[in-house]
Design a binder for this molecule. Structure first.
Ligand code: MG
Length: 383
């Protein structure tokens, strides 16, 4: 049977409309109420619009490159810790779990989660800070803004339009990451949830990676309320675990505690507020947040991670080397635009050489950056 016949026979398109209206809560974003795409396209016969968005992001080259971009720790430091890609997958997984339990739109959640870090430059936040400094005269650099530019302009995968032509709800969700000032209408709950899941995920996995890499030890971490709380639970369930198993159990508990707390807090708020539509959410002051106790413990953990992990001497050394390399390569491209691959010249012409240099570097994986740096500057990075 052809795909068209299959779709017709099973009324699949009506099936997802029917499924969403039955399964999703009144406050969830329905794909059949989507504002559509900038360039009109017929619907897929067997995928909802947000499923299609998710697939478009998944098949983009910027998404694949996330596997070669560091999250917090570089590739040379080992192969246990998260990359930008595995972080993204963890965010999608946690956000979908909470989204399903609260009857939000999982397809939209997944599309937003896969997109959320797609604009990250090489070397994580160190790379972002360096680019932003290079580009200070032209408005700086933001990975969230660049993520939007990638999906709207840079990915060329379709003959009829630039970018991925994502649903306006996905674009709006990414745009809300650019402006987190909190002014204007509230974002849809799916957008808020991905933001919350991002924080839950990195608090847990950065703790795990930092312990595994021995940048911190459990004794230091035990001074923090959240870690103490989780270890108390772990030890009450399993006495005498070896340190590796205890670390794994701790991280498991860290995630579980955050998910359960959010479900509890969010569930109570949703009961209380009785949102009847996405418009009700937008018009409210509501924000998805952990309980105030957990929020405080998370802040304590985050400030510890900032001081002792993100600013650990090993990372500080990497950070300053990466930043000076980015500045050096950026200056080379700005001084001599003929160094850009030829296919980038039309875009360089339209957005300007300086922004093109920033975008080109931001699109690179860590390894491709290093190879390009060595080739263009003639400086060897290692021995
Ligand atoms: Mg993230």
């Amino acid at each position: 049977m052809s795909v068209e016949k299959l779709a017709m026979a099973n009324s699949i398109l009506e099936g997802f409309v029917d499924r969403e209206s039955k399964l999703l809560a009144p406050y969830a974003t329905k794909s059949y109420e989507s504002l559509g795409r900038k360039h009109a396209e017929p619907d897929s016969p067997f995928r909802s619009p947000f499923q299609r968005d998710r697939d478009r992001i998944l098949h983009s080259s910027a998404y694949r490159r996330l596997s070669g971009k560091m999250q917090v720790f570089t590739g040379e430091m080992g192969d246990y810790h998260r990359t930008r890609l595995t972080h993204t997958q963890e965010v999608a997984s946690i956000a979908r779990t909470i989204g399903r339990a609260t009857r939000l739109n999982e397809d939209l959640i997944e599309a937003l989660a896969l997109c959320h870090d797609i604009g990250h430059p090489p070397y994580g936040h160190a790379g972002e800070d360096a680019l932003s400094e290079c580009m200070v005269d032209i408005g700086g650099f933001s990975h969230n803004q660049f993520g939007l530019t990638i999906v709207e302009e840079i990915e060329i995968r379709y003959p009829d339009f630039p970018g991925l032509n994502l649903s306006l709800e996905v674009l709006e969700g990414q745009a809300r990451r650019v402006d987190k000032s909190g002014t204007g209408p509230r974002p849809a709950l799916e957008v808020q949830l991905v933001d919350a899941a991002d924080s839950m995920t990195y608090d847990a996995h950065d703790t795990d990676d930092a312990l595994k890499l021995r940048l911190v030890d459990l004794d230091e971490l035990e001074n923090l309320g959240l870690i103490r709380n989780c270890l108390k639970y772990v030890d009450s369930q399993h006495a005498g675990l070896d340190s590796g198993m205890r670390r794994k159990a701790l991280v498991h508990r860290l995630l579980d505690l955050q998910v359960v707390d959010l479900l509890d807090t969010l569930g109570k708020s949703l009961d209380q507020r009785q949102f009847q539509s996405v418009d009700d959410v937008r018009a409210s002051e509501f924000l998805i947040e952990p309980s105030s106790e957990l929020g405080e413990m998370k802040r304590e953990l985050e400030s510890f991670l900032y001081q002792n992990v993100y600013r650990h001497e090993k990372l500080i050394a990497m950070r300053s080397e990466a930043q000076s390399r980015i500045q050096e390569l950026y200056a080379k491209y700005v001084a001599d635009p003929s160094l850009f691959p030829e296919k980038y010249l039309p875009r360089a012409h339209s957005i300007g050489i300086s922004r093109m240099a920033g975008e080109y570097i931001a699109g690179m994986t860590d390894r491709f950056f290093e190879q390009t740096f060595e080739r263009i500057t003639g400086n060897q990075i290692r021995g």
